[in-house]
Design a protein around this ligand. Sequence first.
Ligand code: XMP
Length: 509
Amino acid sequence: MERVVVIDFGGQYNQLIARRIRELGVYSELLSRNASREQIQGQGLSGIILTGGPDSVYDPEAKTCPSYIFEMGVPVLGICYGMQYIAHIFGGTIQAGHREYADTPIDMGDHPLMAGMDVGYVWMNHNDSVTALPEGFQAIARTEHCIAAFANDEKRLYGTQFHAEVAHTPKGILIFENFLKKICHCACTYKPENLADTLVEQIRRQVGPKGRVLGALSGGVDSTVAAALVHRAIGERLSCVFVDHGLLRQNEAEEVAAFYREQLGLNLTAVNAKERFLSKLAGVSEPEQKRKIIGTEFVRVFEEETRKLKTQDEDWYLLQGTIYPDVIESGTESSAKIKSHHNVGGLPADMGFVGLVEPLRMLFKDEVRALGESLGIPHDLVWRQPFPGPGLAVRVLGDITEEKLEILRQSDAILREEIRLAGLQEQIWQYFTVFTGIRSVGVMGDQRTYDYAIGVRAVTSTDAMTVEWAEIPYTVLRRISSRIIAEVSHVNRVVYDITSKPPGTIEWE
Ligand code: XMP
């Protein structure tokens, strides 16, 4: 079996690279930069990719990898930091120069790695760049400010400063296809086995013949698909709990519970935990602290529910619908922490469960959706827009009060209704309002007002790793704004967030 190893230098898009390679028909896995020679060599090694990462090569703590990576007799492609690292090792110069973010115009050279890349721009996300090439290397693409790609055909070393793996680099997949076919000479015949069967088998192995699982359901696609897989794997040994933490959208608690019971036929305990979450959060305004409190409280509730369910001394596992973007943004061994997703960094150590079951941990949202459809989960649920576990807590900036939550719920319901009426709900990845906490002066009915500004966030994406703000038609934006101001008390201003990711994130906290 042909195999490409992706070496993890801590970038945000690393798993995405392995996934692109698998999609192109070559088995690929992401390995630690400290993986042994044997692990990397494995069977059928055809190429190595060095990922991007947050470091600068001259930092004393900069991440490195063993030199045997360059002695395996296969081509090596470095991306962003990976490219700079190759240049550094082979005697080139790297400098902090002109930063480039998001869409950046590019001139492609004539090299097999660039074949078919007749595109005018690529997705960049860097501070440093290669300013002098090592001997034997040639520039094969340039932007106004940097060497955007290089090649040394004799040593079979390649690099791109841009991120071909993200959806925002048009035709970026061609870089990997060219690398696999024209440079590594792969036949590209790998076909992923039926993913659902593999995952079901893994769950059975992890939980064993007697273990039981408590499924924490949120109403979103991830936890629902995860529960469907576990249900298939261990049947009645799965018990599901849905927690209303008081941070849900308008009517959400009732709708979601009804959906699980009536449409999916799950045995569900719905827990009303509004009081305990909101009292723990009272007066807390630091975003990471809010996330930790919510993560901890979730587990406490689950532990209590498990105690009620226990009839004998079984091993209980906690099921979570963690997906790869949650893992990577919470920080891994080598990646920087952006925010603690409630189901990753937010979990306390003393959990009282034997372990976590996270069957979707290596998947992206669109892979989860495809899996959900293959498991027969209804289309409407599979295509629900994502909603974060900490709910509205990360959309009320600063401390949380009932009054702020109510303003947020009402404005969010108006936004959702208008997006639905405009028929945009499947085109936009996620759309919601934000309680900014900012008050400003306005005039309403000839009276001065000093009220809150509501932010509207709507983004397009395929995987939540990179996003663009959605170009909602002005007429729709106008209706959203005038309805929110007219219908929601204490709001006198609506602003539209026009920040891509990076540098922003989707949620404001
Ligand atoms: P960000 O804000 O990091 O969000 O760009 C990426 C995606 O993840 C969702 N999100 C979360 N989901 N628990 C979750 O289950 C969390 O703690 C969490 N934080 C963010 C966010 O809504 C977006 O879809």
